[in-house]
Design a protein around this ligand. Structure first.
Ligand code: ZN
Length: 285
């Protein structure tokens, strides 16, 4: 692991495209502290989390965002549609509609959709994927009328069983093709860097459907399925290639650092944020 940054000065410029997903410091900070720590470094483009936001309540979250001049790049998450019983599927749909309302109140640029995995005790992956489509069809019109784009985020295949049976950009775009307007993809380097079809699918998405871009590195070895994402520069992802792919598409959205890592969560939050800044500039610009 490379050294952490300790000396980010206020005189240094924050790249305008840089955003921080608050998951990166979710163990150190509640919503207010996280937003204020980012704002103190000049970072005001932030990805919010539903659970962290609901812990303080929507009106307070809106106030915190407004007080700090925050642009909410996305709200994560809605979805998790597959369930063994119809009541479970209905619950996921109503919870996603609630997240659409919250995203609208926050002025978020999109709602990140996590597909959900196999319902407990089942083995029918194709049926789980059908339930994801059904759930999306059930919320799509509602989101469209609310002005909130749905950003389908495929997750690495190692999560197919328990978190997301949507695993490639191609799968996600196939669903976007069916749904049409108001849908697109969240392209996360950690989940998709390995995909031989990555470039063709980013081109296929086009600027209009590229709703979010999430950045973290793939460590070798990866020691934990969920909580061992890498700081940029510590792993094997070629961020220059990713960036040129995006600029070739005319992408103008945020580049959002999103690191789920028990190692980084164990460090002081401000140090982690400063390190994100330094590493983003060193490896992703
Ligand atoms: Zn992501």
């Amino acid at each position: 692991m490379q050294a952490v940054a300790a000396n980010w000065g206020n005189d240094r410029e924050v790249p305008s495209e840089l955003a921080i997903n608050l998951a990166t410091v979710r163990e150190q900070f509640g919503l207010k502290e996280a937003v204020e720590a980012c704002a103190a470094l000049g970072i005001r483009s932030l990805g919010f989390l539903t659970d962290q936001m609901r812990a303080v309540g929507l009106p307070e979250a809106v106030r915190i965002a407004e007080d700090n001049g925050v642009r909410v790049t996305g709200l994560a998450r809605g979805g998790i549609f597959p369930a063994a019983l119809p009541e479970g599927r209905a619950q996921a749909i109503s919870d996603t509609k609630r997240a659409v309302d919250e995203a609208a109140a926050l002025g978020a640029e999109c709602l990140i959709i996590l597909a959900g995995g196999l319902p407990a005790g089942t083995r029918d992956l194709a049926f789980a994927r059908e339930m994801v489509c059904e759930g999306l069809f059930a919320v799509h019109q509602y989101a469209l009328l609310s002005g909130i784009p749905l950003a389908l985020e495929p997750l690495h295949p190692m999560y197919a069983a328990d978190r997301a049976c949507l695993n490639t950009l191609e799968q996600a775009l196939d669903i976007c093709d069916l749904l049409g307007e108001g849908t697109g993809i969240a392209f996360d380097t950690y989940h998709t860097w390995w995909d031989p079809k990555l470039e063709e699918q980013i081109v296929r998405a086009g600027k209009r459907r590229l709703l979010a871009y999430h950045v973290s590195d793939w460590l070798v070895p990866t020691r934990h399925l969920l909580f061992d994402r890498g700081m940029m520069g510590d792993g094997v992802i070629d961020f220059c290639r990713m960036r040129s792919l995006l600029s070739g598409m005319g992408y103008e959205g945020s580049h959002e650092v999103e690191i789920f890592s028990s190692e980084w969560w164990s460090r002081p939050g401000e140090l982690v944020l400063r390190t994100c800044l330094e590493r983003f500039i060193a490896h992703c610009t």
